[in-house]
Ligand binder design. Sequence first.
Ligand SMILES: Cc1ncc(COP(=O)(O)O)c(C=O)c1O
Length: 451
Amino acid sequence: MSATTAIDREFFARHAESARRAEEARTIFPGGVTHDARHFEPFGIVVDRAIGPRKWDIDGNEYIDYVMGHGALLFGHSHPYLVEAVTEQVARGTHMGGSSDLERRWAQAIKRLIPSAEKVRFTSSGTEATMMAVRLARAATGRDQLLRLRHHFHGWNDSVFAAGRTSAGPIAANGQPSAMQDLITVFDQTDIPGIANALASEQFAALILEPTGYSWGTCPLDPSVPQELRQLTEQHGTLLIFDEVVTGFRASKGGAQERIGVKPDLTTLAKIAAGGLPGGAVVGRADLLDQISFDAGGGRVAHPGTFNANPLSAVAGERALRAVAEENPVAQANERASQLSRGLNQALIEAEVMGCAWADASMVHIILGQDVVRPDDGVTWDWQEHGGASSSLPTTPAEVIWPFRRALINHGVDLMGMGALVSCVHTESDIDATIDRFGAALSDLRRDEIL
Ligand SMILES: Cc1ncc(COP(=O)(O)O)c(C=O)c1O
């Protein structure tokens, strides 16, 4: 890609080393990256180190970071008490080859916070957690069919993956057996009549969803929807799975389920649950989890996994969740996120750019270049304006997304897609600086005639 705009000329000039590493990375990794979400055009910054709310690339540029470990880092990068817990544990053993007190303490920390967590099974990732949740549901109900909602993301395992689109673009389902795709029925997230009709066939093992709306609430879901889905699934013998891999310990201390007062049968967790280290869990009704027990005999669901309940993830997870319970990181992050969304909206008004930003807990979403109804106070979506609950929202035009992301990177802000995951260590002045830099990026886009 040649630099045709001032934004791009600056991007290339500031990131010469990252560009060189990207060339080499392309010869090693498919597409030069190690996660689809790390694809950046024309190339991504190569991050050298990170601490608190900040990170630095190998060209020496500093960023206020809102990727925050793809949402795993409620406490920012390398929080001192997580560093201490992990460092101590590294010296005491990184794999016990058996049970440990650490895993029990970690599970108790989860049970203390998540209302529906009667029992816990640890996995190595969120993807493994959703795979196991669906397997447990199939085993318990004797049904193979799965209901899921369009654009909702549950990791990349074949059980829950389906051709479609996320807000960020199309998802390729090549390589997923068509027999697996045939077991998945997809509905729009607010198509209650369609879902009710499907459930009435009594063929579905489970309905899985992100309870605050797809892609961590990129399109917010009115709480009445999961509340209604709880009733409908119960009525028709279908299990309800909340995927709280992102919303767990973020939407509230007890996840989205605590906030909206719905008890799912099974819940999947990862990210914050493991203190920002690799790890996940399926939690929920004891009778469902107990299918994994050897007491279940011939009907048992097998579950190996070398790194299940890994000691490093266990100590980080336990320490993080103790802080969630006893300190106030969730409320602190929420306050900063609403400050951010208010400031971004103000900057949009001042720049006379169409679009809006809003915060749901510590998850901030941004839409640019679209005439969208602006939330009243930057915190609460005006449900009435959106007909009670929306099934899709306009998204930022593709031709704006990359120039905008590059402009923000030039000004020292890294977003998670078109949103921000705010931590409890972002300070008021970090947020003020972010708002100023966002305003500067908007000016660049206007100057370059992109907006
Ligand atoms: C809602 C949701 N579920 C599941 C996953 C998959 O988790 P992992 O990346 O740990 O496999 C993600 C990942 O971002 C997610 O956002």
